[in-house]
Design a protein around this ligand. Structure first.
Ligand code: GTP
Length: 335
């Protein structure tokens, strides 16, 4: 009696190989924990649900604090978003959990409504809390790869309510710089699912750069490479002014992502920042100082001090003077 062995047909395609053919890499499945923060009623839940379901749903339970898990693909990478939609009106006990939640998250979306000035001002307090808790985590951590350096995106919602606007786009841009967020979007969750997608795509891209190049390890060339790949024109922030699109994108990245450019000049003209010129020109300017500083670990590893209220548009000249005075003091200078 002969035994007949049937082999499975060899031309079946596994889901994994199908994804590989499409250029989607399944081996490195990334998980990103995002916390959405903002005053009650600004549209946090609406945005998260819009991102996950592509639908705009009008009303939500304001006290509900929920973590949504959503798998999606950005830049040919599978990514699992764990999104915490924080309650907008926390009670006393929630304040403790707010701190815990902030420490849980890898990246933040700070949201206000362009129709509500209070929600705009609330972003200052929330950003301070983020910085405070992330810094505490850093100090309490033994890990060299501390996660205190996290991307925060500022988002103004409800742009469809043009007649009720209380916060201009210029004020939003100024605030995003003052708070040293990485990016600024103005969106309407109600009107556009693409704008919502863009917010999450950017948070993913900035997070990827930040985790690939931790602050302490980022060198000028790392940042240049990262910004080249992460900040292609289509990855930019959603400003309505298309002329500032690329420059603002690059600028925003340099605020937080570049140790040597920790205090970036935001007053430069768009011309100076013309396509691809910012990084190279800045690196040239900083090279002598950088090359000396790179032998002095204390400069790079020193945690950034958070000043509150934020420095705002501090005179650029002060920063330049400080940088110059350091560079002329010689190798014994302390920062
Ligand atoms: N016109 C307009 N209304 C919006 C938009 N996004 C959200 N809303 C409305 O704003 C209200 C509040 O939205 P929510 O998503 O519940 O706001 P929230 O920030 O989650 O509020 P809490 O849960 O209290 O923290 C709802 O009535 C939404 O329908 C928008 O883009 N345009």
């Amino acid at each position: 009696m002969s035994l007949k062995i049937i082999f499975p047909t060899m031309n079946t395609t596994s889901p994994k190989s199908s994804l590989a053919k499409l250029g989607i890499h399944t081996t490195k499945h990334k998980s990103l924990k995002v916390m959405v923060l903002g005053q009650s009623g600004v549209g946090k839940s609406a945005m998260v649900v819009r991102f996950i379901t592509r639908r705009f749903i009008g009303e939500y339970d304001p006290n509900l604090e929920k973590v949504y898990t959503h798998n999606t693909t950005f830049d040919n990478e599978l990514i699992q978003f764990d999104i915490l939609d924080a309650a907008g009106q926390p009670n006393k006990e929630d304040c403790v959990s707010l701190d815990t939640n902030i420490r849980w998250a890898d990246a933040f979306i700070l949201m206000y409504s362009v129709t509500d000035k209070c929600s705009f001002d609330e972003c200052n307090r929330l950003k301070f809390l983020i910085n405070y808790n992330k810094r505490r985590r850093k100090l309490g951590s033994n890990s060299k790869d501390s996660l205190s350096d996290v991307p925060v995106i500022l988002v103004g919602n409800k742009t469809d309510q043009t007649g009720d606007r209380m916060v201009s786009i210029e004020e939003g841009q100024r605030r995003f710089r003052d708070l040293t967020c990485v990016c600024f979007h103005e969106i309407s969750v109600r009107e556009s699912v693409d704008q919502v997608q863009a917010v999450f795509r950017d948070i993913f891209r900035f997070w990827r750069v930040f985790s690939k190049f931790p602050k302490l390890k980022r060198s000028t060339s790392d940042v240049q490479n990262a910004s080249d790949s992460a900040l292609s024109p289509d990855s930019g922030c959603s400003f309505y002014d298309p002329s500032s699109y690329n420059s603002e994108t690059r600028r925003s990245f340099f605020i937080n992502a570049n140790t040597c450019l920790e205090e970036t000049d935001h007053t430069e003209s768009t011309d100076e920042l013309g396509s691809g010129s910012l990084c190279s020109s800045r690196c040239e300017i900083d090279t002598p100082f950088r090359s000396r500083a790179s032998t002095d670990g204390t400069l790079l590893s020193r945690p950034r001090r958070w000043r509150y209220p934020p420095p705002g548009c501090l005179a650029h000249t002060n920063r330049v003077e400080r940088r110059m005075s350091i560079s002329t003091r010689g190798s014994n200078a302390s920062y």
